[in-house]
Design a protein. Structure first.
Length: 475
């Protein structure tokens, strides 16, 4: 344990509740040499630059004389730490309660470390020993991080940055077990109105996903729900945790709000395999210091979007009609974005690092979630047709888990399509789908109609007031 402490950054976090909501972080690095302290520039699950340094109010170092002095920037996201600096202290804006940010109030401390933790770029093997300075002993702390002596422990930089922390005097906590793995549900805000239903639905889609993959990649898992009074709908995946934000909190008491939460939860749990382990080579490991564009966002988010909804159906959380309604919404978004016909979903994946997740220039690009999910649907239907239902896209995803996810081998586009072709039964079985809808911009409507017909479903569309609307029903 002494060796671990020598290789750990001692970090304390304290809320500043007077004035703008902020947190003060103080770190003691295990070195007396000078170095460049790095703040991450982006966060996993959001494939764009986050520019987190814009939230820093001050950055000071404590010299050997005990005086605090301002540290000088050496780049937009780095500061020079002189030799013999005893500690580094900085103040960070903390008034955001979406699923990927940091926020505080009288009754809550919510920290996404990748927003606000400094690290030594040459010593990413260093861990963190984290103290929540002003969190009362009676508060609950929800996190995947292990604890020792009241402190949270991260084994290295990658672990710390992917481990959100939610502490509050008002946390609703329930547990369930699937395949011997403990799962935790934590809710800040309005208590879920139908406790039994909420837990059972989590149980159902968890059991179904684990059954299809054959194993779960973590020893435990935490769903952290932040139901604030702000307008939010957002989820972010982590190694053994997800944060799901929805607001205002009363929204979750409606049926639509409830199903949104469950849909996001199924999506985020699927990420425990796809992206957190079955991960593009460009993000293996994460390099937080710069943009890391990849053409595989449509696999990371699109496949997960499709599978998250499919497992709600597979597990009985929704029926076929419910799945058809979800798919109609997906296809409506698909048809009404002309950008899908201008830029391929692979190129759109790469360009999220340019203009983020907003529409950007009208008709310029597609959504990696929507277009990626449509492509996943087409691949699933094609594999099932070619194998007479003996295999599916999930068969391929299980192989990818075994061959790339478990051993933590970075995935390439060639790897992905090779495995899909293998499952489909021929080296070039899905080449036309890749050429037309991953690398190309061909209109997908005829392929979608045919795919649904093969599944015993009828897909039609109508244009009203300049907007396409789809209908999907049992044939």
């Amino acid at each position: 344990m002494a060796r671990t402490r020598l290789q750990s950054i001692e970090l304390s976090i304290r809320r500043l509740l007077e004035g703008p909501p902020r947190i003060e972080l103080t770190a003691v690095f295990p070195t007396q040499e000078s170095f460049e302290a790095q703040l991450p520039t982006w966060r996993p699950g959001r494939y764009e630059l986050g520019q987190f340094a814009q939230y820093i109010y001050s950055m000071d170092g404590k010299g050997k004389d005990g005086e605090w002095n301002a540290l000088k920037k050496t780049s937009l996201h780095t500061w020079h730490v002189p030799e013999e600096t005893k500690a580094v202290r900085w103040v960070f804006h903390a008034d955001t309660f979406n699923a990927g940010s940091t926020g505080i109030a009288d009754d809550i401390l919510y920290v996404n470390p990748v927003n606000c933790f400094l690290y030594h770029p040459n010593h990413q093997e260093w861990g963190y020993t984290i103290t929540l300075d002003d969190v009362p002993a009676f508060w609950s702390v929800a996190t995947g991080l292990p604890t020792e002596g009241g402190k949270l422990l991260a084994r290295d930089v990658q672990h710390a940055m992917d481990s959100p922390i939610l502490a509050s005097s008002n946390l609703w906590h329930r547990t369930y077990t699937s395949n011997g793995i403990p799962f935790h549900i934590w809710v800040y805000g309005q208590t879920i109105p139908d406790e039994q239903r909420f837990i059972q639905e989590h149980q159902n889609f968890t059991d179904a996903q684990i059954a299809h993959f054959g194993s779960f990649p973590a020893p435990h898992y935490h769903f952290l729900y932040v139901l604030s009074e702000r307008e939010e709908r957002h989820g972010v995946e982590h190694e053994d945790t997800t944060v799901i934000a929805q607001g205002p909190s009363a929204k979750c008491r409606t049926e639509d709000g409830h199903m949104e939460l469950i849909g996001i939860a199924s999506h985020e749990l699927y990420h425990a395999w796809n992206v957190k382990r079955i991960r593009p080579a460009e993000w293996t490991p994460y390099d937080f210091s710069k943009a890391c564009p990849s053409r595989m966002g449509y696999i990371a988010e699109g496949v997960t979007t499709y599978m998250g909804d499919l497992f709600l159906f597979e597990s009985g959380v929704i029926d076929l009609d419910g799945w058809c309604r979800l798919t109609e919404r997906l296809l409506d978004r698909h048809l009404n974005n002309p950008g899908r016909l201008n830029m391929s979903v692979a190129d759109s994946s790469y360009d999220t690092w340019l203009d983020g997740y907003v529409t950007g220039s009208p008709g310029r690009k597609g959504s990696i979630y929507v277009e990626g999910a449509v492509l996943a649907l087409l691949c699933d239907a094609c594999i099932m047709e070619l194998t007479s239902g003996e295999a599916s896209l999930q068969t391929a995803m299980r192989l990818l888990w075994e061959q790339f996810g478990k051993p933590r081998i970075g995935l390439t586009e060639a790897d992905y399509w090779s495995v899909l072709n293998e499952v489909a039964g021929a080296p070039n079985a899905l080449d036309s789908l890749r050429n037309d809808f991953a690398d190309g911009t061909k209109d997908s409507w005829e392929a979608l109609v045919a795919a649904m017909e093969h599944q015993g479903l009828s897909l039609t569309k109508v244009r009203r007031d300049g907007i396409w609307r789809t209908t999907l029903i049992a044939a």
